[in-house]
Design a binder for this molecule. Structure first.
Ligand SMILES: NC(=O)c1ccc[n+]([C@@H]2O[C@H](COP(=O)([O-])OP(=O)(O)OC[C@H]3O[C@@H](n4cnc5c(N)ncnc54)[C@H](O)[C@@H]3O)[C@@H](O)[C@H]2O)c1
Length: 460
């Protein structure tokens, strides 16, 4: 059996024990995030015991904040081992060894990692402008890829990444972890079962009120052309002299990031597309501006977007980095028979049934006319005793307090690495979410409505 076949056999003896411990912890902590029906994490497939050399060996490319977080979560999935990390800042390579052991390989050049035969999969946590190249290089080197969101930086990245995944047969999962979240899975089920009737509107927002929230991440005092591989970081971005803020706060510039649309709208699109099962919007208009964080960045800190879906609903999105109240994010799905809200770790269904009779608006008419209308109305709509209680009120579902959708997203990814079955968030899903999100930047920059074919995944 070769290494990859071994992996297909899957799992380690400790898988069930670890999962049981996790489930136990979730149950013990009890404690949902509030009153409501507690959703349980998905049960894991029973696994056959296999030897230690059947671990999926992973490497990290882009060992910054999210890459390190992802890799910690990935390594907590049974049967996964970290063997290498690549990054352009030496301090993060040092910390990678502190996290995963002095024996892991660290390098500034991810191609050294890709050349290793014993690396099965990579986690890509680079800035957006490197997602395409790093993913394609990894897939061509025979690695499966977990690439952070947004999948694309430029529209041309999408078809290239989809094609590479197809032609190499490699698994490519994108990192909008919400699509593996048990709360979102419940929301999808409820919507499909008609819990809120026919969907007509989705609103979602992400408000922040802090400097870190506005991407002013700490620049370490040793940041320099010696400790940072600046040319490699720049990649295809315009060549400018070393700039620590560009390196550590790259989201603030279009050359590396995709603004609030690529950073946050994309999560809201992934959630909307997953729950509703649709491909994407056909028309978008967005407006916004740089209102507060005028620190040299070239992207808005406030953005509003409106999107038309051919299935007959509208989506409205908001990101506000200058929200003087509390920070927060949420979704509201409005249907003909109720609403479904996602607020933090809770999913709330509200239903207030419409009156069965149309009602009268006659108070301003002459008394005789009011009487005549009322009598005719009661003949047409006789008073009836309700035969069953009117269904008013709400259902609330919650997840355990220590629930991690990132864990489930990685668990799904590694299950696909072993089984070679499709992942929940493949390149097509990732492109449809990121392609839709970036419509907002186009519309805002061009000051006009922009159009997208979500099936063909093309600007029209
Ligand atoms: N899924 C989520 O909830 C979530 C949350 C945060 C960030 N993200 C995504 O994760 C990605 C990284 O964000 P971050 O906040 O961790 O950024 P970061 O700046 O903390 O880390 C990025 C790292 O990539 C390294 N890098 C740049 N070019 C590289 C290259 N060619 N080879 C190897 N390393 C390279 C940099 O040196 C840096 O350390 C972004 O795409 C972001 O959108 C996702």
């Amino acid at each position: 059996m070769n290494r990859r076949n071994f992996l297909k056999v899957a799992g380690t003896a400790s898988t069930q024990a670890l999962f049981a411990a996790r489930l136990h912890a979730a149950e013990k902590s009890g404690e949902p995030s509030g009153p409501g029906i507690l959703l349980r994490p998905q049960a894991e497939e029973p696994q056959k015991p296999v030897a230690a050399n059947d671990h999926i060996q992973i490497a990290l490319i882009g060992a910054g904040g999210q890459g390190q977080y992802d890799t910690r979560v990935a390594a907590s999935v049974p049967g996964v081992k970290v063997v290498a990390a690549a990054d352009c800042y030496d301090g993060r390579l040092t910390h990678s060894k502190e996290l995963w052991g002095q024996d892991i390989q660290t390098t500034r050049d991810y191609r050294e990692i890709l050349a290793r035969k014993d690396v099965d999969a990579v986690v890509i946590g680079t800035p957006d402008h490197w997602h395409r190249q790093a993913s394609i290089d990894a897939m061509h080197a025979g690695k499966d890829v977990y690439c952070e969101k947004p999948m694309i930086h430029l529209y041309s990245d999408g078809p290239a990444m989809i094609e590479a995944s197809k032609s190499t047969g490699r698994i490519l999962q994108i990192g909008s972890q919400r699509v593996s979240n048990i709360l979102y899975i419940k929301a999808k089920e409820l919507l499909a079962s008609g819990a809120i009737g026919k969907l007509n509107m989705v609103s979602a927002f992400w408000d922040r009120n802090s400097s870190i929230g506005a991407w002013n991440y700490t620049v370490p005092p040793d940041a320099s052309p010696e400790t940072c591989d600046w040319p490699r970081f720049l990649g295809t971005a315009p060549k400018i002299p070393f700039n620590g803020e560009h390196f550590f706060q790259w989201r603030k510039w279009k050359a590396y990031g995709s603004g609030v649309a690529g950073d946050l709208f994309v999560h809201l699109f992934s959630g909307t597309h997953f729950i509703t099962g649709v491909d994407g919007p056909t028309r978008a208009m967005a407006t916004g501006g740089l209102r507060f964080w005028k620190d040299g960045r070239d992207v808005p800190d406030v953005l509003l977007g409106l999107f038309d879906y051919p299935e007959g609903f509208n989506l409205s999105l908001r990101v506000n980095f200058v929200d003087g109240g509390s920070e927060g994010e949420g979704f509201l799905f409005a249907g003909s028979e109720g609403t479904m809200e996602i607020a933090g770790n809770a999913l709330i269904i509200n239903r207030v049934p419409r009156e069965k009779e149309p009602g009268l608006m006659i108070g301003s008419l002459a008394d005789a006319m009011q009487k005549q209308i009322r009598e005719a109305y009661r003949q047409k709509y006789p008073l009836v005793e309700p035969t069953e209680p009117t269904r008013v009120g709400n259902d609330r579902y919650v997840v355990p307090r220590d629930y991690s959708d990132s864990y489930d997203h990685f668990k799904n990814f590694f299950a696909a690495v072993r089984s070679r079955q499709p992942v929940v968030e493949d390149a097509v899903f990732g492109y449809r979410a990121a392609g839709a999100a970036l419509l907002s930047n186009l519309s805002n920059e061009q000051g006009k409505i922009v159009r997208w074919d979500p099936v063909a995944m093309k600007l029209t």
